[in-house]
Design a protein around this ligand. Sequence first.
Ligand code: ADP
Ligand code: MG
Length: 627
Amino acid sequence: MGTFSFVRSSLEASLRQETEGFSSLVLEDLKQKQELLRLQARWVADRNDVSQATASGKKPLLLQTLLPIQAALQLNFIKVVAPDGSVLAELRQGAISQAKLQDEQVSRSASLGLDVSDIVSTQGNAPSLLVGQISIKSQEKVLGGLIVGTELNDDLLKKIRGNTQMHLVAFQDSQVIASTLAAARNTRWQIPTPESPPQRLNIANQGYMVKTVILTGVSGTAVKVVLLTSVKPLEQAERSLWLSLAGLCLLGGAIALIVAIWVTRWLTRRLHNLTSATQQLAAGDFSIRIKIDSKDEVGILAQDFNFMAEQLTARDQQICIQMQQLENTLQKLRQTQAQLIQSEKMSSLGQMVAGVAHEINNPTSFIYGNLIHISEYTHNLLGLVQLYQQNYPNPVQAIEKEIVAIELDFLEEDLPKLLQSMQTGCERIHEIVLSLRNFSRLDESDFKKVDIHSGIDSTLMILANRFKTQFKSQEIKVIKEYGNLPRVECYAGQINQVFMNILSNAIDAFEEKEQQENLCILNPEIHICTKVINNDWIAIHISDNGLGMSEEVRSKIFDPFFTTKQVGQGTGLGLFISYQIIVEKHSGRIECHSKLNEGTRCIVNIPVRQAKVIDIEDINSVTNTRV
Ligand SMILES: Nc1ncnc2c1ncn2[C@@H]1O[C@H](COP(=O)(O)OP(=O)(O)O)[C@@H](O)[C@H]1O
Ligand SMILES: [Mg+2]
């Protein structure tokens, strides 16, 4: 609103200024008109024919002279007065032809020979005259005075106004004498004073900016000319200003609305991107990043988001690495634990076995050692008895009776057999002791060349009772198919542990099968086959026709602590330890093939030679075999 009133008042001010300027121009123009009349008067007065006609005092001649001049100069009024004030000639034309002119003053000053411009008023509605006056002289004297005039009428005002839109109204004593605006003549309105600045006025319902100027003649006669500038352009400008303002407001509003919608959408879209990126990040996708396309708050937010995502990614990677390290450590820990448990178990087993072997070995040694003497003594005693019988064929009755009672004949026959069987028993104990010591091999911490078959046999010997007594149905049949193996460089005790683990599992598999099916197993068999693969490798195949296992179980059997057996029965360490011994300690291979309900085959491949090997004799020759 402030802008509007400012624009409006500045428009009005410029109109006022324009009116003021025009009014001065109009006044100037009128004065120039008066000046022109004076010059025209001089020109006429200076003409010889005029001065001669005036000097002649002949009115007709003078009129005849002046008439063409009046026509040529388009003058409404020409008057020649004699120095005494009498009228020598007078010509009128236009509205003043019949009007009563108040020109006494002018005529008098003209007769006196004054060279001035003036205004002559008329009575009634006839226009006033703008006049110029001058003396007509001969070379010697003043012949009279000449007055030329032109009407201050509508035409003159129109000429002054020219092409402009303004109107001019001339007043004489509050009477309109000429006007370019018809309404100004017919309507009553208050003329502003010449001193007052341009002001707004309504004439016949039309608004004008009005300024009055006053044109005064030397005689004091004055004509007021009022300049009217229509305020229509101002009003139109105001209206169009209003319209423009309204239009601008509407346009501005529309643009603001469009911009607001666009900005809102833009912001919403970016915020939505940010939200969905946050959700993705929360769901674990740390690779998500937001494109930064501005430096505003949302841009800063996006930047912070990316920074956070970077940090999360780094942290995630760190956590992954740490988790991996933890996993590895745990794995190692489990392996170490498993190895510890197993080696502890095996070492106590080994110690026990070695201890038992030693304890049995001692008494067996002296029984076996004395058996020879007993046999010899018995032989001698029996020989002595026979000698007695030969020399004393008829013994006394008491002796005869005792011979019958002790069944001497049978005793003589049976005693050597008895002693022989005792010797066989001792030899069997000796073999067992050897096997036990062979199995435990506590003293061996280096690779040694050993006979794999004796290791297998020792292990079978230790497990012997499990082959016989466990099954309701039948004894487990062990079928050996030994190849011609060279002696193999290995940790003998550890390799025996492997055989022990595999063979125990086979026996377990029969037991489980029997328990599950609650039936007698037909022909339980363990098949042990050894063979040379090439110069460098040998293979041991241990197969059973027990329960077998599913592929899922088979894939896990080498994992530490994996067992399908009941608590207390299985530790899940047997095959894990076997794997460590064969693969890691002997650079060999171990694999297991199995089919559920059909059986299992374990294949162990070991190299014949290892680095750093001590070549020693077979365990049987090393062990103290003396009993
Ligand atoms: N000969 C086999 N027949 C059937 N299953 C077997 C045989 N050998 C091993 N397994 C399976 O492999 C698992 C792991 O064996 P192992 O490592 O010796 O641990 P454990 O005997 O203490 O269970 C056993 O629990 C069993 O399920
Ligand atoms: Mg086992």
